[in-house]
Each structure stands twice: as structure tokens, then as C-alpha cells.
Write a protein that binds this ligand. Sequence first.
Ligand SMILES: [Zn+2]
Length: 272
Amino acid sequence: MRNIIVAASIAASFLAPNARAADAVAQRLYVLDCGTNYGKDQSRWSPGVNVGQPILLADNCYLIRHGKQTLLWDTGQPDEIAGKPDGVETAGGAIIARRTKTLAAQLAEIKVKPSDITYVAISHSHGDHIGNLKLFPRSTIVMQQAEWDFAFADPAKSPLPASQKVMKLDGDYDLFGDGSVMILSTPGHTPGHESLLVELRKTGPVLMSGDAAHFKDNWDNRRVPGGNTSKEQTLASMNRLAELVSDLHAQLWINHDKPQREAQKLAPAFYE
Ligand SMILES: [Zn+2]
């Protein structure tokens, strides 16, 4: 019930009269190439489907400029991988991670200093999303309390220094207080997985689904990877996101969908 009310209020805030949208701070959204994941067997993500077939997945990060404030959404593969043309095996050899450009270089290209980034939010705690957290010791990390408890609570396992500022959320959150950037709780891939809804003047609403689904075919068929922490929560989260896409006429951006990334403008180009 709570989720339905929240979804309705989010839809209402996005569908409010244009006067409100006109008052909102203009935003820019940059798509950053944060690497690729070569999966040796697609069925890791789509149980029983395309067993033994390889799949190439994108790995994106997104930078949102909101007036003088900035949000980096996910940090991708570690920048060190860019120095290794053959990539690095992850997930016990099931995946080869590669990067052609570093995150640091792409931020420099758009004249954003890591130390100036206000917030760094993570969709979840997997290595291909948190690989560069160390570049942002002065930013506030934004994540769900449930994800913190799942992955970062043990200081020996946390990638964050003790001095890092961390904003721990319990559900949805209006990051800048004007409804233009909404963090949405979408658990299931991990216990504290979250998604991001951004309102842009020309482009309209864009919903970044994180790893609620890994690629369009999985989204279309509501397939849940075997490694997710909850199948039920994943399906509920996908349904929630689908309702928002439909209610808001939002674009759905699936982080790891490689064909979708090929069709997008990459930084230094941007959406506004
Ligand atoms: Zn991922």
C-alpha cells in the first residue's frame, strides 16, 4: 500500500502544472561509459534462456548537474581496469570486465572535479557499480540503510573510509527537495537496491532502473537472475518501475543494456 501511495505522489509531482517545472532548477544528465561486462553465459541473468551463449553488457554511470550541485549515480568498473586491454575476470571467472576510458578522464572532459561532486549515490553495492568510490572522499555517499547493512556494515569489508559522509535512506528520497531527482527504493537484486528518476525540461522524465533488470529482454519478460537476493522483491520492483514509466511517460534506461547505450549520447554530450 505504501508503495502505491508513494508511486502516486511521485507521479503527481512529475505531472504537476508546468509552472512548477519551470521553477525547478535546470538539470543536465550525462551518460558516462563506465565499462563493459562480457558474460560468458547469459543465463547467469536469464535462467534457462540462452544457456551457454555469451552476452556483452554495458556498464554506465550518470552525472546530473542540478544548479551548482551535482549527483554521480554509480561509479562503474574501477578505473585501474582501463590499463588492462584484456580486462579483468570477475565473478569467479564468469565475467570479463573492461574499460576503455576512465571515469576520472570523462569527468575532467566535462570540467567536473571529483572533489566538487556533492552526492555519489549507488544503485547497489556490486563491484561494477562501486569500483571508483575511492575517488570521492569529500562527497556524501547516498545509499539505502538496507544496502549498508548488507554490504558495508563490517568496516573490514567496506570500501569507504571511516571519515566518509554517508546518507543512509529508508525508502524513497527527494534528493534536492524540488521533486526533480527522486531516489526510489527498488529492492530484490540486492536488499537495498535503488533506482533514480530525473526530470529534464526538454527530454522529460528519465527512469534509471539500475540492475532491477539487466537488459531489455529480461525486462520485457520479467526474468529474475538466479543470484538476486529476492525474486519476489525483484518482480515487485519491476512492476513498480513499469507503472511509473507508464504513468509519467518516462524513458526507461537500463544500465547494462548494451544496444540501448549504443543509441545514447555519451558525455561530453548531455540530455537536458
Ligand atoms: Zn550491475
